[in-house]
Design a protein around this ligand. Structure first.
Ligand SMILES: Cc1ncc(COP(=O)(O)O)c(C=O)c1O
Length: 353
């Protein structure tokens, strides 16, 4: 019998896919999640509302009440918002709407690996733009790549896994210089001091992506949003599957968006802890941390594999990013509670001493 895999597109066969090995560690600082769960009282309200709905019915193809809640949270018109089952899937839908064979997409490197992977699956060509030596965005190189016939540029700001960001001044110049669609993935923007949303009114080629998975502490409900001009929203909308947001996630997201106070309080805590962890890492011999605008810190050590494994043995799980381009010595830790961060720092000190 012939191998049925021969019918799978070569672009799919060629890639390795996204893998995350499961480790059983009590301190989990490997996925840039929030250490703060949704408060129990809020969970009760959400569950009551979910119970009151008819589970036998399809949800709306595009839940208008959630779209309205996002629009009012970020201060745009509902026509500028698309919501979907996680911002990962929005990256996929957006690229699906843009990329076909040989279409070029500028992507800084290293950055979130799914951008390049989705581009390749669609037969497109990622044009990787290296970060600077200090892992910041190289604005000249990005501008050059963005004006060299690419159809899209995807910039993660702040960046996963390095924590660097692009200022609105630099982004505005880039948006004006290029005819490409510029996608800014703001999964971590709540931890930084600015948002590209402020540039939307003047730039019809801008798409901003948001998620409830990080600062909002709701990775489990899988809600992401795209914010752009109504024209671009309409195009990506055609690609998105209808009914992809289940009633539980819709209700939970609406409730969370009404509790900005909790989010702000949690973000303030994380920012304080981020400074403390960064300062502590700078004082360790053999460790080079990089400044971050996100809830994560990239740092370099001589033997990242050894440090990663020994931390895991001590019950602290971080992310080994040493396979990312140029990050041969790289590890990434996300900021947890004070106690979790102490467990990480204590583990680091005992491994390195
Ligand atoms: C840059 C970036 N974008 C998107 C995501 C995924 O977001 P979501 O949980 O909304 O799919 C992540 C998750 O780690 C991320 O780092």
């Amino acid at each position: 019998m012939s191998d049925p895999k021969k019918h799978i597109r070569p672009e799919v066969r060629a890639i390795d896919g996204y893998h995350l090995t499961a480790y059983d560690c009590p301190v989990k600082l490997n996925q840039n999640e929030s250490p703060f769960d949704v408060p129990d009282e809020l969970k009760d309200v959400i569950l009551e509302k979910v119970r009151a709905q008819a589970w036998s019915r399809y949800p709306e193809p595009m839940p208008s009440d959630l779209v309205d809640a996002v629009a009012s949270f970020v201060g745009v018109q509902p026509e500028q918002v698309l919501v979907a089952n996680g911002s990962n899937s929005i990256v996929q839908h957006t690229l699906n709407a843009i990329v076909s064979k040989r279409v070029r997409v500028a992507i800084p490197s290293p950055s979130f690996s799914l951008y390049g992977q989705f581009t390749e699956i669609l037969g497109g060509d990622p044009v990787y733009v290296p970060l600077t030596n200090q892992y910041g965005y190289d604005i000249d190189a990005l501008t050059q790549a963005s004006t060299s016939g690419v159809s899209a540029v995807i910039i993660c700001s702040p960046n996963n896994p390095t924590g660097c960001d692009i200022s609105n001044e630099a982004l505005e110049d880039l948006l004006s210089a290029t005819n490409a669609i510029v996608i800014i993935d703001e999964a971590y923007a709540e931890f930084s001091d600015h948002t590209a949303l402020d540039l939307l009114a003047d730039h019809s080629n801008l798409i901003v992506l948001k998620t409830l998975s990080k600062a909002f502490g709701a990775a489990g409900i899988r809600i992401g949003c795209l914010i752009a001009s109504p024209d671009l929203v309409g195009q990506v909308h055609k690609i998105k599957l209808p009914f992809d947001i289940n009633l539980f996630s819709r209700i939970a997201a609406i409730e969370l968006l009404q509790h900005r106070g909790i989010i702000n309080q949690n973000v303030a805590y994380i920012l304080k802890e981020r400074d403390r962890v960064y300062d502590a890492l700078t004082e360790m011999d053999g460790v080079t941390p990089y400044p971050s605008k996100a809830n994560l810190i990239l740092f370099e050590v001589e033997d990242p594999g050894m440090v990663f494994e020994q931390l895991a043995e001590k019950g602290v799980l971080i992310r080994n990013v040493s396979k990312y381009p140029r990050l041969e010595k790289g590890l990434r830790v996300c900021i947890g509670t004070g106690q979790e961060n102490d467990a990480f720092l204590t583990g680091m000190r005992s491994i390195l001493e």
